[in-house]
Design a protein around this ligand. Structure first.
Ligand SMILES: Cc1cc2nc3c(=O)[nH]c(=O)nc-3n(C[C@H](O)[C@H](O)[C@H](O)COP(=O)(O)OP(=O)(O)OC[C@H]3O[C@@H](n4cnc5c(N)ncnc54)[C@H](O)[C@@H]3O)c2cc1C
Length: 460
């Protein structure tokens, strides 16, 4: 056994990031134990059999490839080439995400992805402990409970990495010790998932190669395809107010709401209303935390460190990137304390950047996609990308298709680019065209070429 093979590392949480991290660490020869409070999802139907999916992008696929697990995930991926926008009284229109054929994002079932990652971690030698709950850091140790028979014990390991999600108990305990400063920013809008069934012949009721959006200004409905012909619909709506979850507590109000807002789904309203009544109402918030680690003993990672709202489809992608960065930093040979300090320093500016962009994207999805000016600027951004591919890449594309560009750099360059687009829009020529010379001057002056290496890259 290698020296590293005797070194014990615990990972808490077998959601999306925990098993990937466990797998990467096991491949390096660490003896990894993965603790999860739920029963083994491979043996029980998660979420009561509901099919819930997420968008996976290039940024999340790179770490899966690094861990050698992308091939096992690929059979579950459905490509989505753009947003299909459903306005109230117009035919749906596709707004492409990118302008190259490979610039797509993928719908993937959360349960399927979770199972593939847990299987891969187990095959790599990770010890899996389901129905083991971590209570947090107490008296210099991570205290855990084995749910059956109810035994409490302190984790014995060299270090522990907490991937226990947005409501992390480990983070809470670090906050109580004064190590971690946390600010939780509630969105004030909740969500509810529903299922759009397949047509009688098993095909999809909507175009399966798109992410569908019903933008309604103050709220929106979205739909992502599943391989079995169904779509997972998610309604994002204010918690209270005139158009809100609180206003839909009566059946009559719910029926009227669906009829008025989503008339193109009329054939499915009965089932959607039943799902709405049955399924839980989820809450959304951004978690801003600083102080992700305690000496070399504990580190927070994934949603536990930086949960964001889901509107850029990046929470899981960012968590996977965390795993790859930590794995990369292990090459430095530093001790855990140095490594964790370097990890947070490198990563937090970027996770703050994606938190900001995710909030901005909610407005874009529920409101701006309908706006003619927004659509014109999007076309203009594609034009500039074609003319200056080494300098101008639309912000959405930087985030979704260019993992070599950090979130922080995408945010910064995106701000500069937005200024350039606004100026070119303001100074359109008499025939409504773009002043090509001005475009060239602005791009060359304000956007240095994107080098092969992002200056913020080690900054996550
Ligand atoms: C509606 C919605 C849609 C989303 N869509 C997307 C998307 O399209 N693309 C994307 O990239 N991201 C998306 N996300 C975000 C994504 O779900 C999260 O970022 C991702 O799940 C984070 O992974 P994680 O492993 O950090 O946490 P989780 O996946 O939440 O896993 C945490 C795990 O820890 C376990 N656990 C919790 N507490 C304890 C404890 N005390 N002891 C032991 N185990 C514990 C939990 O049971 C769970 O299994 C979405 C989120 C929401 C809410």
């Amino acid at each position: 056994m290698s020296a590293a093979g005797q070194r014990k590392v615990a990972v808490i949480g077998a959601g999306l990031t925990g098993p990937l991290l466990g797998l990467l660490l096991a491949r390096r020869g660490f003896a990894v134990t993965l603790l999860e409070r739920r029963p083994d999802p491979r043996r029980s139907a998660a979420d009561g059999g509901r099919s819930i999916n997420l968008a996976l992008a290039a940024r999340g696929m790179r770490p899966l490839a690094r861990a050698g697990v992308l091939q096992q995930v690929e059979p579950f991926l459905l490509p989505m080439r753009g947003r299909m926008v459903h306005e109230l009284s117009a035919a749906p229109v596709l707004q492409r995400y990118g302008q190259r054929s490979q610039e797509v994002i993928y719908s993937v079932g959360r349960a399927e992805l979770n199972r593939v990652l847990i299987d891969a971690a187990e095959r790599a030698g990770v010890t899996l402990c389901f129905e083991h709950r971590c209570l947090g850091f107490y008296d210099q140790a991570l205290r855990c409970v084995e749910e059956r028979p109810g035994r409490t014990f302190d984790l014995e390991c060299e270090t522990a990495i907490a991937a226990d999600g947005a409501g992390s108990l480990v983070r809470e305990s670090l906050e109580r010790c004064g190590v971690c400063a946390v600010q939780i920013e509630p969105l004030g809008h909740d969500y509810k998932e529903m299922s759009l069934p397949a047509l009688p012949d098993g095909s999809h009721a909507l175009d399966p190669a798109a992410l569908h959006i019903w933008p309604r200004g103050g709220f929106m409905l979205i739909a992502l395809p599943n391989p079995d012909g169904t779509f997972t619909l998610t309604l994002f709506l204010p918690r209270s107010g005139e158009q809100s979850f609180a206003a839909l507590s009566e059946d009559a109000a719910l029926g009227q709401f669906f009829a008025a807002q989503f008339p193109d789904l009329a054939a499915f309203h009965a089932g959607l209303c039943a799902d709405f009544r049955r399924n839980p109402q989820g809450q959304l918030a951004t978690v801003h935390a600083r102080g992700w680690h305690l000496d070399g003993r504990v580190l927070l990672l994934g949603d536990a460190a930086h949960a964001i709202v889901p509107f850029h489809g990046q929470g899981m992608n960012a968590g996977f990137e965390d795993c790859a960065l930590l794995d990369e930093l292990l090459d430095t040979g530093e001790d855990w304390a140095q490594l964790y300090a370097r990890f947070e320093q490198a990563r937090r500016p970027s996770t703050e950047a994606i938190a900001h962009m995710a909030l901005e994207n909610y407005r874009e999805m529920r409101e701006q996609v309908r706006d003619r000016k927004f659509q014109r600027l999007k076309r203009l951004a594609f034009e500039l990308e074609q003319r200056f591919p080494e300098r101008f890449i639309p912000r959405y594309s930087m985030v979704m298709f260019h993992p070599e560009i950090s979130y922080l750099q995408a945010l910064r360059r995106g701000q500069v680019q937005a200024g350039i687009l606004e100026r070119l829009e303001r100074e359109r020529t008499a025939d409504g065209g773009i002043d090509a010379a001005l475009a060239e001057a602005l791009v060359r002056e304000q956007l240095p070429p994107l080098g092969s290496r992002d200056p913020d890259r080690r900054t996550g």
